[in-house]
Design a protein around this ligand. Structure first.
Ligand code: HEM
Length: 913
């Protein structure tokens, strides 16, 4: 039997299966709350000195005291970490502390051989979690005296000798009364989820970050944070382990605090600085907690069961309004099922949650009522603290990349690659200012963190220079810390938190090299595997999980408890305490909103992005069609074309029809087939290569036609050639997509003739039309065209006449029968007729260039099997055509993978009229 948890398989059973999984997790959490919370602190002595004043009733205090009024020291700064594991099993290691050699573990099992990305999330997710951990915990500066010293292993590329790691700062509050307790350590930040990384965990720090004007935090005129004189790091609540990702987040949420304060000041002009600051802090902290719960976590553990578990943590499945509504129908289904005697859910769970006292009863109530907004804080009978095991599972250093690749907003071309060690400490603010926040956010949004696996620990962190300490191997340190602090080794850890222990190394991985290293280092003894190593080695993971089930077990209990125990997320998460505007701000703001508010330049890049922590790119959400024309154009242009731009010197060869690489899975995963975007993997069977630009159609005076013929400001124009099967004729073509507010776009394609224009490679040598004469002798082309419904050779533009660009239906549409795109004099003879790559010509055309005069006729399209007569009809029609407008570029042309294989121009065929 597998040692791994089985609930993930329940997702295969549909909605009820998912809910059964959710109930299983809820039951698991109940068990963990009952069996896996251990408090090591003595609060009484502290409480005697704490006076909870009137302010503290409705505000978070600087040091986290007075959250729990009956035990005011609970959760405050400089209180001990608790435990999730029975203290009997958490005595710090002594005799085994150095076995196996932590540096050997670092070299053999942790060192990154090649960067292994976690492709389901973006790099913002990595900096975010470090940002969160800095709110939650810090063990304080390490002890200078008596470091742990050990020999370098024989395989150390740095040679022989010894190395040392400083010990964790000991707990100075231990007294004889603590005898028998495991080693204790103090959390130097507040244990609460209270934004202490921004606001500090003591009054002096808080005073430094506040401006004392209108409740705001200190920000320079240009939106940057004030810097510390010597270190160059920003003045903020917590600034250790600093790098540019943290600079970005601290700046962003400092600005968010000030935006909240501004809103409050408008609404409550009579309130003083302290009142405004306290409210803004409450609101900003709750916003960060909500973003973490319903956005970051579902991105990093993207599984339908855990996604719902997280939503229920914040919203409660029986809540009302907004995103809660999405769950109502599902919950009703579950309730109906549970009421049945042959309940499907009960059967698969193997227990009856409706029977009083059964394991599931309380869990179900809990899952169904949610936590936030519940009536009283609930610490499950154990004073709230974060735990050593919680700290341990968040040692997620493999998330770090080696380099930050900086891109211009919208582009896929790396403009600068910066090794992350060059973005640390004082350099962070300089880089943020030089590269600009919007470009860095975009760059983080489209790149991936490392995956949480073995041999993926960034090497710069394995040789990390720390001021006043020297160079540190953080991988070896991480391994040692667990041993030092008494976090049990992997298998015991699993046993103690209700998971099955592994029975053989092969349970973890099938990889022969890794197995050999594991067995060598741990002397063939599975009980010796370090907690961190075992977690990174877990290859069986619940679907969608960026980490394994061992870490997840700690999350189940901690994620809920951080909310459940806190007065400001339960009893006092109310409009009275937060203000109505505050509750509204928390409930209706997402990370995307925060990014947009402070980086307007990211507007287009964030169009369609529903979770800021998942890779940004082209998203075509379900409501795409209802968007304004301008947004649809921006989305396809910025997130489609610009994002996959092909540099002018790397254009794919024209001759090959199948040379296109598919767009990366990043882009394709979420692209749903809609009329503007082709199905993933689509390749244009003809016109495979071209260039695309944004375009507008400017109508002349009062042309006779209706709908989009009266003007289209938001379009895409793609110019391409058909690969001539005979390999000699130049066959240009055009495709125009006109976006419509709230409705599908209209599309038309045009050619010169089916057989092209011979050896003339000037793209603008001839006019093009949506109707071309059939050519009996051009069998090759006809066969190809039939594949894309260009046969018959007539496309209609009737639908263009039926709708205006604002989406209004035209009551009496008037459409031309034939339209001609006539190259204007400024482009007609601008380019060479000799054989060359036409795309290079088009790439030189700039925004504002007028390409075509558009002519149209209403004369009936008559055909004849006699080519000479058909030709005469065509000439008559052309002669009757009048100019109805101009096509003008609203961007330069670019080549892109999206333009070549992503964008889809629907043809309105004769049969579709
Ligand atoms: C450039 C990026 C980073 C640097 C320079 C860095 C540096 C450090 C250092 C120096 C320590 C203390 C080691 C010790 O115990 O002596 C540490 C601890 C830790 N780091 Fe990082 N880190 C980085 C990124 C991250 C990220 C992305 C995470 C993700 C969650 C993370 C989570 C942690 C945790 C949980 C600890 C333990 C804290 C404690 O013991 O209180 N770090 N890091």
């Amino acid at each position: 039997m597998s040692v791994w948890v089985t609930w993930p398989a329940l997702t295969k059973l549909g909605t009820l299966g998912i809910f059964a999984g959710l109930l299983t997790l809820a039951a698991e959490r109940e068990a963990l709350l009952k069996n896996n919370l251990f408090d090591l602190e003595n609060f009484d002595g502290y409480n005697a000195q704490i006076n909870c004043d009137a302010r503290s009733l409705t505000a978070r205090t600087e040091d986290g005291t007075c959250n729990i009024l009956s035990n005011p020291a609970e959760g405050s700064a400089l209180k001990r970490f608790g435990r999730n594991i029975n203290p009997a099993y958490t005595q710090g290691e002594t005799t085994t502390l150095l076995t196996p050699n932590p540096r050997d573990v670092s070299i053999s099992l942790l060192a990154r051989d090649e960067f292994k990305p976690a492709t389901s999330v973006n790099f913002i997710a990595a900096s975010w979690i470090q940002f969160m951990t800095h709110d939650w915990f810090h063990h304080g500066a390490n002890a200078v005296d008596d470091p742990i010293t050990f020999p370098r292993p024989a395989n150390d590329p740095k040679g022989s000798g010894t190395m040392s790691v400083q010990r964790t700062q000991p707990d100075p509050t231990r007294t004889g009364a603590d005898a028998g307790k495991p080693r204790t350590y103090r959390n130097h930040t507040t244990h609460w989820w209270d934004g202490s990384q921004l606001y500090g965990s003591d009054k002096a720090t808080s005073d430094k970050v506040r401006s004392f004007v209108d409740g705001k935090l200190k920000v320079n005129a240009d939106g940057t944070l004030p810097k510390e004189l010597i270190s160059g790091k920003p003045v903020t609540g917590f600034n250790e382990n600093w790098w540019v990702g943290l600079s970005m987040l601290h700046q962003l949420f400092t600005l968010e605090h000030n935006a909240i304060a501004t809103k409050l000041k408008q609404k409550y002009p009579e309130k003083n600085d302290q009142w405004l600051y306290d409210r803004a802090r409450l609101i900003n902290s709750a916003l960060m907690a909500k973003i973490h719960t319903v956005e970051w976590t579902p991105a990093i553990i993207a599984n339908p069961i855990t996604e719902r578990a997280m939503y229920s943590n914040w919203w409660g499945l029986l809540g009302q309004g907004g995103p809660r509504d999405d769950f109502q129908a599902d919950v009703r289904k579950l309730q109906e099922d549970l009421a049945k005697s042959d309940s499907f859910v009960k059967r698969i769970l193997g227990f009856d949650p409706n029977v009083a006292g059964s394991i599931g009863n309380g869990s179900i109530n809990h899952a169904l009522t949610g936590i936030v907004g519940s009536t009283a804080p609930n610490n499950a009978g154990v004073p709230f603290s974060l735990t050593e095991e919680f700290v341990s599972v968040y040692r997620m250093h493999p998330l770090m990349r080696d380099n930050i690749n900086v891109y211009n907003v919208g582009s896929n071309q790396v403009s600068r690659s910066i090794p992350i060690q060059n973005t640390r400490d004082g350099d962070a603010e300089n880089i943020l200012n030089a590269e600009r926040a919007d470009r860095l956010w975009y760059s983080f949004g489209i790149t991936h963190p490392g995956s949480l696996t073995l041999n993926n620990f960034p090497n710069f962190l394995r040789d990390l220079s720390i001021p006043l300490v020297g160079n540190v191997d953080l991988a070896a340190t991480d391994v040692l810390r667990d041993r030092e602090r008494g976090v049990p080794r992997y298998n015991e850890f699993r046993r103690q938190i209700g998971l099955k222990p592994i029975t053989k190394f092969e349970d973890l991985t099938k990889d022969a090299t890794t197995l050999a290293q594991l067995k060598r280092l741990y002397n063939n003894d599975i009980e010796k595997i370090d907690a961190l190593v075992g977690q990174l080695a877990e290859t069986v993971r619940p679907e969608g999980f960026a980490f394994g089930e061992t870490a997840f077990q700690i999350f189940i209990v901690s994620a809920s408890r951080r909310l459940m125990a806190d007065r400001f997320f339960t009893k006092d998460y109310t409009a009275e305490v937060y203000t109505p505007e505050g509750i509204d701000w928390v409930e209706h703001t997402t990370m995307v909103d925060v990014l947009r508010r402070h980086n307007p330049q990211l507007h287009s890049s964030l169009v369609g992005v529903d979770n800021a922590f998942k890779p940004w790119g082209l998203n075509i959400p379900a409501d795409y069609e209802s968007w304004p024309a301008a947004n649809k154009q921006a989305n396809l242009w910025v997130n489609g074309a610009l994002r996959t731009q092909i540099p002018a010197d790397q254009l794919p060869a024209l001759k090959k029809t199948d040379a296109l690489g598919l767009l990366g899975s990043i882009l394709w995963n979420k692209v749903k087939t809609r009329s503007d975007v082709a199905e993933a993997g689509y390749k244009k069977p003809i016109h495979a290569h071209g260039v695309m630009a944004k375009v507008k159609f400017v109508p002349t005076g009062n042309n006779a036609y209706t709908g989009l013929f009266k003007g289209s400001d938001y379009g895409l124009l793609r110019l391409s050639v058909t690969e001539d099967p005979k390999g000699k004729d130049f066959m240009p073509g055009l495709a125009w997509k006109a976006f419509v507010d709230g409705k599908p776009s209209e599309n038309v394609s045009a050619l010169y003739t089916l057989s092209g224009q011979g050896s003339n490679h000037n793209f603008f040598a001839n006019e093009m039309s949506q109707y071309v004469l059939p050519e009996a002798d051009n069998m090759g082309s006809s066969i190809i065209f039939s594949a894309v419904t260009l046969k018959p050779t007539l496309l209609l533009m009737n639908d263009f006449a039926k709708v205006t660009q604002t989406g209004a239906a035209v009551s009496k549409p008037v459409a031309p029968t034939q339209v001609y795109f006539v190259p204007r004099s400024e482009v007609r003879s601008r380019f060479s007729t000799a054989a060359h790559d036409f795309r290079q010509d088009l790439l030189t055309l700039t925004e504002g260039t007028k390409l075509y005069d558009v002519y149209a006729t209403s004369m009936e399209i008559k055909t004849s099997i006699l080519p000479s007569i058909a030709k005469r009809y065509a000439t008559e029609r052309r002669n009757s055509a009048v100019k109805i407008g101009e096509m003008e570029l609203t961007s330069p042309f670019i080549a892109s993978e999206f333009g070549d294989s992503g964008v889809f121009f629907k043809h309105q065929r004769n049969e579709d009229k």
